[in-house]
Design a protein around this ligand. Structure first.
Ligand SMILES: NC(=O)C1=CN([C@@H]2O[C@H](COP(=O)(O)OP(=O)(O)OC[C@H]3O[C@@H](n4cnc5c(N)ncnc54)[C@H](OP(=O)(O)O)[C@@H]3O)[C@@H](O)[C@H]2O)C=CC1
Ligand SMILES: O=C(O)CCCC(=O)O
Length: 486
């Protein structure tokens, strides 16, 4: 039994048009605690007709929601933010139970997720239009910014709360309405957010959370022309599929997909700081983060020093249930995730990599995995080109700055990159040379509500957070007013 103060936050129904619903058929999906395999509850596996009902409700709710002033919407969103923060502890418990991350990380994610609601409540008040010098006498040109309309969000299990608010908050602030389909592994965090949205006074239909089979729900959401936009965070393969499905109705899309982040340590770096940065960048959330360091590139001269200190720090990480005091690495999300880590390690070792620590399932059993470091990794190994999404840190060796940039860019992904250096000229050269949407310099953590999050190449389309994030939910309408001199 989960220990939460407000038992009404634990839901087993989905939230459509301001009401809680079972599936028409009564079908359910089980939600599993990855730390011990126990069942935490069930959620409805809804029918295509119920997805249509959610779209009907959203479409109907849109008019009244967009007609509110930005200030009125901001007041309601502010209330939602406050309720999320008041319930931070309970929401974190739900998250750790269904996702596995340490409770301290879960609390951090709740605050991070709430920060998008607070930020965009304010940002919605500053959606300014434009006037443009006209091209002829007696004419004026105006640019209006209008909400896109009914939006859908499909979100992943690795950040079960923040990936919802990062999409829903700018949408609602801009005057759009949103239907969210969370990952099947982590629907409880999403449904708890819906309960709090309800308490905050977000009107029926403005924010719905639906659960069930992803291909079925995805098809309904992408084929319905009333849904004007899809925002997705998840794997590149699923993102490509959804992009294709959205083509039929030419929807706007935002895609936040996979990464293959290089983490470069130059020989002028502060090595201790680089080790700390690499630990947090690689092992937070058990390595299941799209901006996690995926390849650690270390310059020849400092390779041995960095490797020695890094291995020591990795070996000191506490692996346990996320609820245990001091937990630093919880279980992985499921067995396929463990098998993927094993596959990548086996491939690397068979091609000449060296196991420096870890490398196998943890003695705690289930989906716990040892924090792992591989040395002498080379670009021909699968781990160099695939997103590991696990606690495996592969060390690559490089000689020159040019070689580091070339190795870093040698991937189809372009989400986040990191490097450590104390040379100002190098900071500019390398920042400009890296083909990535985000670059962390002398830091392993770059996520904040204040900055634009997103990637290039096959890592996605669009940006989330910051003042840029709200533009994803705005259409531009141009007015050409003539004959004003008559
Ligand atoms: N960029 C990122 O942040 C993430 C990257 N990944 C990467 O993807 C790998 C696999 O993870 P996985 O969970 O399978 O990622 P997916 O991309 O498959 O899942 C993410 C979301 O997409 C949904 N989804 C899956 N298939 C469809 C579909 N056909 N139509 C509509 N929605 C769909 C899922 O729903 P449901 O759960 O119900 O199937 C979930 O809500 C990971 O190992 C990692 O490399 C994974 C998650 C996040
Ligand atoms: O992994 C992701 O999908 C998002 C990363 C969360 C963040 O750091 O903002």
């Amino acid at each position: 039994m989960l220990s939460i103060k407000d038992s009404k936050l634990l839901k087993n129904q989905c939230y459509i048009n301001g009401q809680w619903h079972d599936a028409d058929s009564g079908a359910t999906l089980a939600v599993i605690n990855p730390a011990d395999g126990s069942e935490l509850g069930t959620v409805p596996n809804i029918s295509p007709a119920q997805v249509k009902q959610a779209i009907d409700a959203a479409n109907q709710a849109w008019g009244a929601w967009r007609a509110k002033t930005a200030g009125e919407r901001a007041g309601i969103l502010r209330k939602w933010y406050e309720l999320i923060m008041e319930n931070q502890e309970d929401l974190a418990v739900l998250m750790t139970a269904e996702q596995g991350k340490p409770l301290a990380e879960a609390k951090g994610e709740i605050a991070y997720g709430a920060s998008f609601v607070e930020w965009f409540a304010e940002e919605g008040k500053r959606i300014y239009g434009d006037t443009i010098p006209a091209h002829q006498q007696g004419t004026r040109i105006l640019v209006l910014k209008e909400p896109v309309g009914v939006c859908a969000a499909i979100t992943p299990w690795n950040f079960p709360s923040a990936m919802i608010t990062r999409k829903a908050a700018p949408a609602l602030a801009a005057g759009c309405v949103m239907i969210v389909k969370p990952a099947s592994q982590t629907p409880l965090s999403a449904l708890a957010l819906a309960e709090l949205a309800d308490r905050a006074g977000i009107s029926p239909g403005v924010f719905s959370v639906i659960t069930g089979s992803s291909p079925v729900i995805g098809k309904e959401l992408t084929e319905d022309s009333r849904v004007r936009k899809l925002s997705f965070t998840g794997s590149t393969d699923t993102g490509k599929l959804l992009m294709q499905q959205c083509a039929g109705t030419v929807k706007k899309i935002s895609l936040e997909l996979g990464g293959n982040a290089p983490f470069i340590v130059f020989d002028d770096a502060d090595i201790d700081a680089a080790v700390q940065g690499a630990i947090i960048c690689k092992y937070r959330n058990s390595g299941q983060t799209c901006v996690c360091a995926n390849r650690i590139l270390v310059q020849d001269r400092v390779y041995d020093e960095f490797a020695g200190k890094f291995i020591k720090a990795v070996e000191s990480l506490k692996v346990s249930s996320g609820f245990e005091q001091g937990a630093q690495q919880g279980p992985m999300i499921d067995i396929p995730a463990v098998e993927k880590a094993e596959r990548l390690i086996d491939d690397a070792l068979s091609k000449g990599a060296v196991l420096l620590t870890g490398g196998k399932r943890h003695h705690l059993g289930g989906t716990f995995f040892e924090p792992t470091v591989l040395g002498s990794v080379t670009p021909d190994m699968q781990i160099a080109s695939q997103e590991t999404f696990g606690p495996v840190g592969p060390l690559f060796r490089f000689k020159t700055e040019e070689q580091a940039i070339e190795m870093a860019n040698n991937t189809d992904y372009g989400l986040a990159a990191y490097f450590y250096s104390r040379d100002m000229g190098r900071m500019w050269r390398v920042s400009e040379g890296l083909e990535y949407g985000m670059v962390g310099i002398n830091t392993g953590i770059i996520s904040t509500v204040a900055a634009p999050f997103g990637g290039i190449k096959q890592s996605g389309v669009g940006r989330e957070g910051s003042r840029y994030g709200i533009e994803e939910y705005i259409e531009i309408k141009y007015l050409c007013i003539s004959m004003i001199d008559k």
